[in-house]
Design a protein around this ligand. Structure first.
Ligand code: ZN
Length: 61
Protein backbone atom coordinates (compact mmCIF):
# COMPACT_ATOMS: atom_id res chain seq x y z
CA UNK A 1 0.00 0.00 0.00
CA UNK A 2 1.31 3.47 -0.87
CA UNK A 3 1.71 5.95 1.93
CA UNK A 4 0.10 9.34 1.51
CA UNK A 5 3.35 11.10 2.38
CA UNK A 6 5.17 9.33 -0.45
CA UNK A 7 3.12 11.30 -2.94
CA UNK A 8 4.75 14.57 -1.92
CA UNK A 9 3.48 17.77 -0.33
CA UNK A 10 -0.11 18.82 -0.55
CA UNK A 11 -0.93 21.49 -3.14
CA UNK A 12 -3.79 23.95 -2.99
CA UNK A 13 -5.50 23.61 -6.37
CA UNK A 14 -9.01 23.39 -7.71
CA UNK A 15 -10.19 19.80 -7.80
CA UNK A 16 -12.79 17.99 -9.81
CA UNK A 17 -15.83 17.20 -7.70
CA UNK A 18 -17.31 13.84 -8.64
CA UNK A 19 -21.02 14.00 -9.46
CA UNK A 20 -21.84 11.60 -6.64
CA UNK A 21 -20.18 13.79 -4.03
CA UNK A 22 -22.52 15.58 -1.68
CA UNK A 23 -22.55 19.35 -2.01
CA UNK A 24 -22.17 19.79 1.71
CA UNK A 25 -19.35 17.30 2.12
CA UNK A 26 -15.62 17.38 1.43
CA UNK A 27 -15.55 13.60 1.12
CA UNK A 28 -16.73 11.06 -1.42
CA UNK A 29 -16.28 7.34 -1.95
CA UNK A 30 -13.89 6.27 -4.71
CA UNK A 31 -15.67 3.99 -7.17
CA UNK A 32 -12.45 2.13 -7.95
CA UNK A 33 -11.13 1.20 -4.52
CA UNK A 34 -14.03 2.13 -2.25
CA UNK A 35 -11.95 4.38 -0.03
CA UNK A 36 -13.32 7.67 1.29
CA UNK A 37 -11.48 10.52 -0.46
CA UNK A 38 -10.89 13.91 1.16
CA UNK A 39 -11.43 16.52 -1.55
CA UNK A 40 -9.39 19.04 0.45
CA UNK A 41 -6.27 16.87 0.02
CA UNK A 42 -5.06 17.05 -3.59
CA UNK A 43 -2.72 14.10 -3.07
CA UNK A 44 -5.68 11.88 -2.31
CA UNK A 45 -7.71 13.30 -5.18
CA UNK A 46 -4.87 12.76 -7.67
CA UNK A 47 -4.23 9.24 -6.43
CA UNK A 48 -7.84 8.21 -6.86
CA UNK A 49 -8.75 10.20 -9.97
CA UNK A 50 -5.61 10.02 -12.13
CA UNK A 51 -5.14 6.28 -11.96
CA UNK A 52 -7.48 3.88 -13.67
CA UNK A 53 -6.71 1.03 -11.29
CA UNK A 54 -5.27 1.49 -7.82
CA UNK A 55 -5.29 0.34 -4.22
CA UNK A 56 -6.60 2.35 -1.27
CA UNK A 57 -4.10 4.82 0.17
CA UNK A 58 -2.57 4.27 3.58
CA UNK A 59 -3.42 7.50 5.40
CA UNK A 60 -0.56 8.45 7.71
CA UNK A 61 -1.18 12.14 8.28
ZN1 ZN B 1 -9.57 4.97 -5.08
Amino acid sequence: MTKLSELGPQHAVTVHIPPDARNDSDFYRCETCGQIVDLKDMRQVMWHQLQGDHEPLELDS
